[in-house]
Design a protein around this ligand. Structure first.
Ligand code: SF4
Length: 336
């Protein structure tokens, strides 16, 4: 772990037991399995994968909002260091101020009965971070201005605002406690494409100006390419590839990453023709296949893949991949 790392996970697993019948074995949802990552301070770290890949659960475990079944999650912002798997109540209260979540749905996230001022101020009041109403108002105005909200609108109710404005209110609420770490879970997925770029640019500006670290969870790789400096790809609760964004997009090594990238719409008709369609569904996390978890959908699976689970292997400058055949497939594809 470098002294520039904010979050380090080692072998992190999140399992949920399912309530079953009285007979038969008890089933367990293995939502996250053996994940080890490092998120550098001040980075915009992307986490991608299809629905059911475990990315939201991993994000929640890093906020200590999902149970940590095995492994370690270390948070170190240079001021405090917490082991989230063994954190006590007082430290967890402090961590809640330092780590915040931006929700996907700006319509469901805001109470229709509260003014914008009260929505943004609520975390300060609940966490007891200000000493007077005047101080609270000052903090609300400061973050509202940073999120490019019109200060005249603080007395209005959320229904008066568009989706993009509501998401900026949600962002202001998440940032008013001055967190160091922010999980943005599909933060622009519910917005019109024309508004998405505005909100992404706002998040990037805020991250740079406030020195924040973002975990940006998305199913949309074109959005991730726009804002993230590092990307981790998840499949069925495991990391299958991690790399700096440029490297991942230029030289993807895992067949799953390649399939996700080739599904990004292209204006080039030749590229469109080469799109590799992902067949089938992601298997159930209660009953994952043996060996490589991607073997049921991978066009390159061989016998070994069905028996032996590949490790996440370091293959060069911050690039890691979990595939038995990454080397030979890279050579084959380079010659094609
Ligand atoms: Fe495909 Fe085998 Fe690589 Fe898994 S290990 S991604 S099944 S080639």
């Amino acid at each position: 772990m470098s002294d520039r790392t904010l979050i380090t996970t080692r072998n992190l697993s999140v399992h949920y037991p399912l309530r079953g019948g009285l007979i038969g074995p008890r089933q367990v949802v293995r939502a996250v399995e053996g994940v080890s990552i490092e998120i550098a301070r001040g980075s915009f770290f992307g986490l991608v994968g299809e629905s059911g890949s475990g990315k939201t659960t991993l994000g929640r475990a890093l906020l200590r909002a999902a149970p940590i079944t095995h492994g370690e999650v270390i948070y170190d912002d240079g001021e405090v260091e917490y082991d989230l798997a063994a954190i006590d109540k007082a430290a967890l209260k402090d961590y809640r101020r330092r780590a915040q979540l931006i929700f996907q749905d700006p319509y469901a996230a805001l109470s229709p009965r509260m003014t914008v001022r009260d929505i943004i101020a609520e975390p300060l009041e609940v966490m007891g971070l200000t000493k007077s109403r005047a101080e609270t108002d000052e903090r609300v105005r400061e973050i509202a201005a940073r999120c490019r909200l019109n200060l005249e609108h603080l007395r209005r109710f959320p229904h008066a605002f568009s989706g993009g404005q509501r998401q900026r209110i949600s962002i202001a609420r998440a940032l008013v406690s001055r967190p160091r770490f922010v999980v943005a879970d599909e933060a622009v997925a519910a917005l019109d494409v024309s508004i998405q770029a505005d909100v992404l640019n706002l998040l990037k500006d805020i991250q740079r100006d406030m020195g924040l670290t973002f975990l940006f969870i998305s199913h949309d790789l074109s959005v991730v390419a726009h804002v993230c400096d590092h990307v981790a790809v998840m499949y069925l609760g495991r990391l299958v590839e991690t790399a700096p964004t440029r490297q991942l997009f230029a030289r993807p090594r895992h067949p799953y990453t390649r399939a996700l990238l080739s599904a990004i719409p292209s204006l080039d008709p030749d590229e469109r023709g080469r799109a590799q369609k992902l067949e089938g569904e992601i298997p159930s996390p209660t009953n994952p296949p043996p060996g490589c978890k991607f073997q049921t959908r991978c066009p390159y699976a061989i016998d070994r893949c069905r028996k032996e689970e590949p490790e996440l292997e370091h293959i060069g400058a911050e690039h890691n991949v979990s595939c038995h055949r990454w080397r030979e497939l890279s050579e084959e594809l380079a010659m094609a």
